[in-house]
Design a protein around this ligand. Sequence first.
Ligand code: PRX
Length: 647
Amino acid sequence: MSETIHPVTPEWAKRAYIDEAKYNEMYARSIKDPNGFWSEAAKRVDWIKPFTKVENTSFELGKVSIKWFEDGVLNAAYNCIDRHLEKRGDQTAIIWEGDDPSESRHITYRELHDEVCKMANILRLRNVKKGDRVTIYLPMIPEAAYAILACARIGAIHSVVFGGFSPDSIAGRLRDCKSRVVITSDEGLRGGRTIAMKANVDAAIEKVNGEVDWVVVVKRTGGKVNMDPKRDVWYHEAAAVVESECPCEPMNAEDPLFILYTSGSTGQPKGVLHTTAGYLIFVSMTHQYVFDYHDGDIYWCTADVGWVTGHSYILYGPLANGATTMMFEGVPNYPDNSRFWNVIDKHKVNIFYTAPTAIRALMQAGDAPVKKTSRASLRLLGSVGEPINPEAWEWYYRVVGDSRCPVVDTWWQTETGGIMISPLPGAIAQKPGSATRPFFGVVPQIVDADGKVLDGECSGNLCIAKSWPGQVRTVYGDHERFEKTYFSAYKGKYFSGDGCRRDADGYYWITGRVDDVINVSGHRMGTAEVESSLVAHESVSEAAVVGYPHDIKGQGIYAYVTLMAGVEPSEALRKELVAWVRKDIGPIASPDLIQFAPGLPKTRSGKIMRRILRKIAEDEPGSLGDTTTLADPGVVTDLVNNRQNKK
Ligand code: PRX
């Protein structure tokens, strides 16, 4: 593991909001006096009615309850738009860069206000009220921002479903949160290819027995779609007949803002619920300090709004700060591998935030596509979503940033709402591959398998010992599952599901998931979800899915499949199973490798020994460990001989 150190430069220590001394002082205060620290931080948002209580939280199993600023009243959309109008009405809020490089738009805060109000009025006219769930299934177009903020404006809870999910996945989410309204588009456009958004929504609604009242359809490509006259409305037609003013609903600090479904180690994806004040304050503060955002900066996060990164760091955080934030519809390698860098030059981007998987893919394309662009506007680089290997970090720093821009490797999760562990560029020296030090108010602890808190240099499981304002409040509709998932493994602590090492300097190094979740190109996927999809195929009797190291994706999906008696393994069947999972869950769940196995390694009580399957998938058959407890140790030989990932 690399231990190169990139110190904070004197210019950065000087220009940044937070230098090392300030970090130490503020961090200490945030721990010693959380109520004082966060009540001051809460001044960064405008309140309709100020709060009198700050933190009221308990991590005690059976009584887990997380409340911040609980008697305050505010509105998130007001804070992201209206309060900026006087000073920044004509400033660009969103730069939209289309899939086709010839298409881009600048949307001012005033225009954003009008569009969000129109979308809000469209929803109101259809009887959407505070607390109702609205499902958003949109590509990366400005209307996605309008839809999200319109929900926040009227107090509806948005549930954004990533555009790469299948009708089944949409249906599962519609059903879980009983959402009666969907906002979608005719089609999406990515890398020059269209995606059938409306058709996917139609198929999903069929799967929930038509239990959706309204579908608002944004025209993106003009492709042909079916419109049900009783249920479907064109956004542009509806928007033409509503006002561009809509009052903001006063929301309690703990009223839900959104649900975002995420994969866990068991069962169906969970609806992670975030509420209003704590989330907004946390994402606004982290956005300002981690990216050292100053007025006038052009900031670009390449995530999709379908993931938490898009929620927190394309929309809520930057807009709460009155920033200019970019939304990119396309992909890194279309029309060619210089796209990111050309976009940076075109819009003079200062702060760029992307995922290691994109960095690795572009690194493979060589330095030339980067070097033919200027990137002189860049000042800071960020990484998120998965561990970044030191080689990719150094390439990002040296080639993309011309050894000029600090790299902030930000560790966090859908559940944490915002960035938890990351360098602050003016305060913390960076070590490639390490997310470095905790943000204010964050108390990481590394525990061993028995829950013992480890000190100093150590490795173990990453927990967070105290609540922070951006924390998930519950799993929508299932508080028991919430408590069990996050608070039952280690008493009195939030368990992240990640493994972690702390070095002698107190730096944190995230080593990846320790549960049955794999991280494919920065997207979380539950192995259980892929397994249940595979076993739903008529030829499959049993399946076990594990992750394995993948050069570009970080982790790839490796599926062991046992076939029904009489079914012969074949290349055709392999392809069919990949297509099956793709259709069932979505392209991000496609298995990369499938191994047909006559039997799986099980204990005598019938439990699949995943440790062995992981080692075989990692092509390390020499370190399988103890196999004597297997019911039939013979299956291992066949598995090893037929492994699909031979180096
Ligand atoms: O394993 C960690 C990894 O991504 C997981 C969270 O995934 P998700 O909820 O989809 O949110 C992704 C965007 C915040 C974590 O449990 N992860 C995220 N960021 C990093 C990371 N692993 C290492 N380093 C990171 N910077």
